[in-house]
Write a protein that binds this ligand. Structure first.
Ligand code: EPU
Length: 430
């Protein structure tokens, strides 16, 4: 899509240090499987700190199309209190246009199949950050007694005889782990997921599933055990803070030589990120529910390799790539999760960045001055955040088109940056 046809963007003027205090929102990637869990019960859920994002709206639209009633109470910086009522859920078919809006809605296939005996969703397909296969999802569902046929771009799931199973994942896939936890929670037998993803968002899902009545243990470790039940009930829940949003604002503070305190955070979830920031020369003051970053000395180059949790998160790789543009020296950034997550580099080069990419490795020569440019977000929300951060330190006023990608995953992004003193405005091309 050409730059001129994209309706919204940001104008960012570089050169201001970020200072002040900020509230972090509920986690997008925890909230999405939590919303999917609601189809397992015939009841009402109240979920606090639900971030108001395009991806959350997309999942909400899917649930509404299936017959759920959703309301959002008053919203604050953390998000809103969402009520999801699944008592009149009837549909078991997620139509293609809704499925396309958000590929992670694949996690509804198993839960809908166990609730209705069969379910149909369109095939999620590829993605800009790399192919997004679902083979692990399908293997896992089949092990639980769900038959799946792929035809005409759609997936049909039909329950044969539900059973608990031991499932060994080839890779610790976050989505597959969530999908199997959700599905197994409604099967009254024991399921064990081995080589499970250990992400904190799965621990949050475990907390919710327990409140709904399933016996789930081990989330956060490589082995998760689920003893499900058919009569799961509604629950109250508060979504955990977003660790990717926390890392993004810490990087923004470090990049601008700022002094920023973030509240409503879970510092335990940020260890790998904190350690990279400290190696780069930031000073962190970590408390129980807050973290303050002060950047007084020049940034130092550090090498980064993305890994499944508790390693350095792929979702912060682009943002740290931008951070390294201001560091003295050369950093080597290696992406091991997604095959196509350096798409931001082209736009960063237009702003003066010296980055060389070969396959999954980016070599960043930091310390060159950045200059404002007109750029377009390459359809990856994390790459979008990385570009805005570059704008905060580029000389002049940059125009960054494609704000809607950032709206997928950051709640009130520009307002939060403005509250810290950044010069950023949302603009429209007409
Ligand atoms: N994979 C397979 N087969 C599968 C599933 C995954 O080969 O059936 C591969 C993927 O191709 C990828 C790797 O396994 O190379 C990891 O994928 P994973 O399933 O862990 O990712 P995901 O569940 O699709 C979630 C987040 C992503 C985040 C990744 C990795 C959600 C909604 N999405 O995706 O978040 O990058 O885990 O941490 O939780 C984002 O928020 O910007 C985002 C992309």
């Amino acid at each position: 899509m050409g730059v001129g046809s994209i309706a919204d963007g940001f104008e960012v003027t570089g050169g201001r240090r970020l200072n002040g205090r900020l509230v972090i929102s509920g986690s997008k990637n925890a909230a999405l499987p939590i919303m999917a869990a609601t189809v397992l019960a015939d009841d009402v859920f109240h979920v606090d700190a639900m971030p108001q994002l395009r991806d959350i709206k997309a999942m909400g639209d899917i649930l509404i199309s299936l017959g759920a009633r959703i309301t959002c109470g008053e919203s604050d910086w953390r998000g809103c209190r969402m009520t999801i009522d699944t008592r009149d859920l009837r549909g078991n078919h997620v139509p293609d246009p809704l499925m396309r809006q958000m590929r992670s809605s694949i996690v509804l296939l198993g839960p809908l199949a166990v609730r209705f005996g069969e379910a149909r969703v369109s095939y999620p397909g590829g993605c800009v950050i790399g192919p997004r296969p679902i083979d692990f999802h399908l293997q896992g569902l089949r092990a639980l007694g769900i038959e799946i046929e792929e035809a005409h771009g759609e997936l049909f799931a039909r329950v044969r005889r539900l059973r608990g199973a031991a499932v060994d994942l080839e890779l610790p896939s976050v989505g597959t782990t969530a999908h199997l936890m959700l599905t197994a929670a409604a099967i009254p037998e024991r399921t064990v997921i081995r080589n499970a993803a250990r992400e904190p968002e799965l621990v949050d899902l475990q907390t919710l599933l327990r409140r709904m009545g399933a016996a789930v243990t081990g989330a956060g470790t490589p082995t998760i055990t689920i003893e499900g039940r058919r009569d799961l009930r509604g629950a109250e829940h508060v979504v955990i803070p977003d660790r990717v949003e926390m890392g993004t604002f810490l990087a923004a503070a470090a990049l601008t030589g700022g002094d920023v305190e973030l509240v409503n955070v879970e510092p335990l979830h940020g260890q790998a990120v904190f350690s990279k920031l400290e190696q780069a020369g930031a000073v962190l003051a970590i408390r129980e529910r807050s973290v303050r970053l002060t950047q007084r000395q020049a940034l130092r180059a550090v090498n980064i390799r993305t890994q499944p949790y508790p390693g350095f998160p792929t979702d912060l790789q682009n943002v740290f790539l931008t951070l390294m543009l201001k560091a003295q020296g050369t950093s080597i950034i290696t992406e091991t999760i997604w095959s196509n997550r350096f798409r931001v580099v082209e736009a960063l080069r237009r702003m003066g960045a010296d980055i060389h990419v070969e396959d999954r490795v980016a070599i960043v020569h930091g310390g060159r001055p950045l200059t404002a440019a007109v750029v377009e977000i390459a359809e990856d929300l994390r790459g979008g955040a990385a570009l805005v951060l570059a704008g905060l330190v580029a000389e002049g006023t940059s125009t960054i088109w494609g704000a809607r990608f950032i709206d997928r995953g950051y709640h009130r992004f520009e307002q939060k940056l403005q509250s810290l003193g950044a010069s950023i405005e949302r603009i429209s091309d007409g």
